[in-house]
Design a protein around this ligand. Structure first.
Ligand code: ZN
Ligand code: ZN
Length: 97
């Protein structure tokens, strides 16, 4: 019995590397959402800097392209709460074991 099992098995062909790629396509890179209310910004959403320039702050990692000011906190337009800019980014491996 034991001899038969050892001779027949071993290749591990059930592991499909493509499954992981398809999952990555579905989630589409790093996700961004408000840590307080879970609102997610779209590409056309903009934030206003103290210099009155308006741009999508997540395109530049919180840096104003007009005056180079680094915004360490980002305000949510939905709940008006301020959160650390980095806290908006959802870790890619969240939800996996
Ligand atoms: Zn919010
Ligand atoms: Zn600015």
């Amino acid at each position: 019995m034991v001899d038969l099992l050892e001779r027949g098995g071993g290749s591990g062909a059930l592991d499909d590397p493509g499954a992981r790629d398809r999952e990555r396509e579905r989630t589409g890179g790093p996700r961004i959402r408000c840590p307080k209310c879970a609102w997610g910004p779209r590409r056309e959403d903009t934030w206003a800097c103290a210099c009155l320039h308006q741009w999508n702050t997540f395109d530049t990692g919180g840096v104003c392209p007009a005056c180079q000011r680094q915004w360490l906190e980002t305000q949510c337009p939905r709940c008006d709460g301020w959160s650390a800019h980095l806290a908006w980014y959802v870790a890619d491996d969240a939800g996996r074991h």
